[in-house]
Design a protein around this ligand. Structure first.
Ligand code: ASP
Ligand code: MG
Length: 427
């Protein structure tokens, strides 16, 4: 008998039928003899609808009240799920984040979990009940207010519960079968991975893969939680995300050697800003990125050219989320005279492709394969950056899908058949 934490995303509990299907799945797990704790998201697009509603009554909704509002979405799904389980003859009890002991920082809309005190959950489990917890929400001890963890936060709720209760596994259910070698909507020949290391998963998530939230993967890695990402709509085994020293519980598909490349991630959410004609003297990069950081922008890649001998000036390009670009540009323009650059170029038609694999550490020639595949396809590379286990390139946004397909093939990742994707938002 194991203790299993299961998380169901919004698409898995979108309507009454879906809630009943999830209830059945939970009951089946219980019938198999396991203790079950469930973290559930709000039904379907509820959170978006609530956000929209808030925007209609106030241009900038008060953060405390917004969390009050958004946290109600998960209260609806948790209570309905518990009712559905009841009607199947099993004992189930739902708990809000604060009842479940999810203690967070006071930052409304982006609170971080600082402690989990699941006393009531343990009691309920001891009494034989199935436990349902509202995802995405918590409670701050100082302000005594309800908080939310940021969009997609239910993954983190599930992992934090699994850590606090020392669960055997944290199953994250969505409408896709697991983690794929690429987004199957972009690369039809993408394959489902049996396992992926948590460090690879972090790089994939940070570079555009959307199936698991980065904070949840980080939390799992830090606390030694085994994640199993799988589909609500099929009984198939999904993908195990293995932290250091972990192995698959079913012992299957033991990897003898790490694959060189685990997957290819794509991201169309970035823009590029080029600061043209920067005086090539010490301190200019510091000035530029201090201004950009102060604007709140999250800079990703940075490239600086060698300066032209004649002018002693250089260009510095960097990428950042599209949504941060306008503010960063305004901030830089404001300090143009002080910094002394000539002009700014804004380009939001870029795409970022990243190749991720732990085996890169020990294999050479990995980047050459990438560059060659792109060159044969006639795709121009505009920026390059690397980490220990990742190579990223910026290309034209229009070229991104084609780039992903040729690179996927070049690393031998293509499957035999097109991937079957259920609905496919990954939530
Ligand atoms: N309902 C929240 C959201 O849509 C939390 C979640 O789904 O994980 O962001
Ligand atoms: Mg949701």
């Amino acid at each position: 008998m194991a203790l299993i934490v299961q998380k169901y995303g919004g698409s898995s509990v979108a309507d009454a039928e879906s809630i009943k299907r999830v209830a059945k799945r939970i009951v089946d797990t219980r019938r198999a003899g396991h203790d079950v704790v469930v973290a559930v998201s709000a039904m379907g697009d509820t959170t978006d609808e609530l956000l929209d509603l808030a925007g209609q009554v106030a241009p900038i909704p008060a953060p405390r009240e917004l969390d009050m509002l958004l946290s109600s979405g998960e209260r609806i799904s948790m209570a309905l799920l518990a009712m559905a389980i009841h009607s199947m003859g099993f004992e189930a009890r739902s708990f809000t984040g604060s009842q479940a002991g999810m203690i967070t920082t006071a930052d409304h809309g982006s609170a971080r979990i600082v402690d989990v005190t699941p006393i009531r959950l343990r009691e309920a489990l001891d009494e034989g009940a199935i436990v349902i917890v509202a995802g995405f929400q918590g409670f701050n001890r100082d302000t005594r207010d309800i908080t939310t963890l940021g969009r997609g936060g239910s993954d983190t709720t599930a992992v934090a519960l699994a850590a606090a209760l020392e669960a055997d596994v944290c199953e994250i259910y969505s409408d896709v079968d697991g983690i794929f070698t690429a987004d199957p909507r972009v690369v039809p020949k993408a394959r489902k991975l049996g396992t992926v290391s948590s460090e690879e998963m972090l790089e994939l998530a940070a570079n555009g893969a959307k199936v698991l939230y980065i904070r949840a993967v980080e939390y799992a890695r830090r606390h030694g939680v085994l994640i199993h990402a799988r589909s609500t709509f099929s009984p198939n085994v999904g993908t195990y995300v293995l932290g250091p020293g972990m192995t698959r519980p079913d012992g299957e598909g033991e990897v003898m050697e790490e694959p060189i490349v685990a997957g290819v991630a794509t991201d169309l959410g970035q823009a590029k800003i080029t600061v043209v004609g920067v005086p090539d003297v010490p301190g200019k990069a510091a000035e530029i990125f201090k201004v950009v950081a102060k604007s709140g922008a999250n800079v990703d890649m940075i490239v600086q050219n060698v300066s032209a001998a004649a002018t002693a000036r250089t260009d510095i390009s960097f990428t950042l989320p599209k949504t941060d670009a306008a503010t960063a540009l305004r901030a830089l323009s404001g300090d143009q005279d002080e910094i002394g650059f000539e002009s700014l170029i804004h380009d939001d038609q870029i795409g970022k492709l990243s190749v991720v694999g732990a085996g890169m550490r020990t294999h050479s020639g990995v980047s050459a394969t990438l560059f060659e595949a792109l060159s044969i396809a006639g795709i121009n590379i505009e920026m390059i950056s690397t980490s220990e286990i990742r190579i990223s390139v910026v290309v034209r946004g229009d070229d991104l899908a084609e780039a992903a397909r040729v690179v996927h093939r070049a690393y031998g990742l293509d499957g035999d058949a097109d991937a079957v994707v259920h609905a496919g938002t990954g939530r």
